[in-house]
Each structure stands twice: as C-alpha cells, then as structure tokens.
Design a protein around this ligand. Sequence first.
Ligand code: GLC
Length: 428
Amino acid sequence: MDILKKCIQVLENNWRDNFTIPSDRLYPFQWNWDSGFSAIGNSYIHPERALIEMETLFSGQWENGFLPHIVFHNSARYSSYFPSADYWESQISDFAPKKVKTSGITQPPVHGFVLERLYGFGLDKKRIESLLRKLIDYHLYLYHYRMYKETGLIKILHNWESGMDNSLWWDAILNKIDKNDVENIALNRKDINEVADSQSTRPKDDDYRKYLFLLKKLKSEKYEKIPENHPFQVICPVFNSILVKSNESIFKLASIFNIEVNELKKWHNSTIKNFDAYLFDNNTNLYFPYDTISATQIKVICSGSFIPIFANIPSKDIAIKMTDKIFEDKNNIPIPSCFLSEQGHEEKNYWRGPVWVNINWMVYQGLLKYKLFKLADKLYENTIDLVQKQGVFEYFNPNKNTDEIRGYGGANFSWTAALIIDMIKTKK
Ligand code: GLC
C-alpha cells in the first residue's frame, strides 16, 4: 500500500474518541509528547481532532501548571499497563486533577510548536487561546520548579522525562543506584508480552527496577518537590531544545492574542544564553546532557546530541559540522539513538541504538531552517525508506549491514505515521 495511505490509516485506527494512543495494546493511554506529534499528523487529515487531542492532554494538567507524561483516560484498561495509574497514585498531590489519573513526571514540551502549527490550520481561535494560556502555565512551572540555579536550563528528574527511556546517556547515573535499594521492587511488566523478541528490544528488568526506584523517590515528595539527594537531576539537550523551540512559538502566538509573557521571555533569554556553556562540547562540536550532581557532561554520542539543530541553537557552521557527523559512518542508517561507535550500544534495544522517526523529523526540520537542503533531503530519503520497506514501526535497526530488516517495538506506531505524513506533505 502507498506509504501515505498506510500512515493515515494508522492514525485513524489509533484514534480513541478524543486522543490518539501511541500504539494499540503496548501503549493504551495518552502519552504527552506522542500526542503532540500525532496532532501534527492529524492536522492534515482531521484538524479538529488535532485540537481535541491537545485539549484532552491538557485535561490532565495539574493546578501548579505541571503537565504529566501519561494521562490514563480509560479506567477499564488501568491494569493493562505497568506502571499502572494506581501505581503512580497521582492523587497524593492536591495539585493533581480530580477527574482523571495521571503519571507524576513530564516529557519534552512539544506543545508550543504544535499549537503554532494548529493556529496555521485556521481552527477555532478561542480554543487555541485557551490552550495557549494553559501552556504558558506549564512552561512557567518548568522554570519555577525545575530550573538549575538561575540558568534558565531545565532539569529532568527521571530518565522517562527525556522521552528516551534507556538511552546510554543515563547509564552512569542509574548504575550508581544502590543494588539493595532496588532488588525487592516487584515488577508486573506488560510491555514484554506485546512485542517480538522483547529480551533484546526492550529495557531489562533490572533497568526497570531502577526506574521505579526513582519514581518512588519522586512520590515521596508527592511529585511536588525535588527529593533530597535525588540521584537523577540532568539538563537534557533534547528537553531544553524543544523548550526553546516551543517558547518561540508561544511568543508568536502570545503577541497575536495580546497575552503578556514577560517572565517567560526573561527565562527564555537565560536558557539561550547558558545553553552552550553547559551543553556544548568544543572537541566534538556536539551537545551532551549535563549531570548537575556530578557537574559533568555525559559524553556519549546519541541522536539527542543533534536536536539543538531543531531549535536553531548552533551557528550554521557548527550545524554543518554536526550534520557531517550524522552521515560520517557509511554503515549507519541515520540517526542511531546511540552511535554504533559507542561502547554499550545495542542495535535492537529501544533507545540504545535504533533509529526513531521523531528524532529524524526534528533534525530534518532544523536542517530546512538552516537551508541545508541537500543534507535535509538525504535524511528525508533515509527516513522514508525505512518506513516504506519495514512498516510503520516504533523504531528501526540503524545498522545497514544487519540481517534483521524489520522494525521493532509497536507496529502501527502513531508518531511514526504522523511525522511521515508531515514530511511527505511538506516536501518541496
Ligand atoms: C516509550 C518512549 C517514549 C514514548 C512512549 C509512548 O516509553 O520511550 O518516548 O513517549 O513510549 O510511545
């Protein structure tokens, strides 16, 4: 079937009354950044749905502005996912919404640039404005509760908040967690029953116990404050680039709707000012996370190292050098979530090597902005080719010479479909 038709069908099938699930059975609720990406795809087919998708996501917003990474709309399916809505216990915080259960951590703030896109599609202005006001509250929440010192840079408190769950980036921090603290944590994982070859394509049980240990710590402060000695406090270049990109969209929309955003602008300027000082590495010309506990950069080359291109943060010269790195290894399909040159990478395992379409889409958008059209075309062709040959999967093997030519994880994955639709529709 024609790839565009197939992708549209995936979004149609994954629509659930008022939001899009990322993938049937594997992810049966509403995920935060997934919803933003799905809305971008839906804006071509059902713009109204794209708007509803954002409104449904924001129905899970907390009173302090926080926007959770999962909103559990369907109570009948609570037990079909782990950690379940009951495990998260969002209601321990008075800020949490009463009508719907949510997780207690967030995800990269994609909603600003999504909303700007929806505005362009001529949807109801009042509803866009109302979402915009909620979104400003969320960004202010990030600056008020998550800022590192006065830098304008935002800390994530859990590897799941990066959206790149088991990236090699997080290994050193997670490896420091005491084994005794995690060994008794009971698991009731569902994901491993839903995908093929889960032993090599999903995080390991021991990793999961560490994720749950962090969750328990955050829960001990009702998800409201950073727990004392919390071991995971990282400035992630992906999260912060997406924040910059979305801030800029917010400013454009705020001026249209005449909304005052002075405080947000002030913090945004600090984010830009300090971005390179903490996250850029002169030797490699790449960006890395900054671990605020050890006060060091985490120097492992992952696809996230290139996301500042999306927010036009590096100069054009640096962006070209960065992009050369993407295409340097002829054995790679761009962009491996962790480079095959990095010790510990795994070609099939989730964020430890495989290619993800949302990452490629963001870098592609950035390259177009820099007018690096040849490089953008190359990335476009590689990305479309993967989905064309292997299907609308969650992630793909990055090794050109592999015998395994098939996608991994969830089949019929929403953001893969949505962003391929966008790439095809906007191709000149
Ligand atoms: C995985 C991904 C995360 C995504 C979620 C739902 O946890 O790592 O980024 O939001 O699945 O698709």
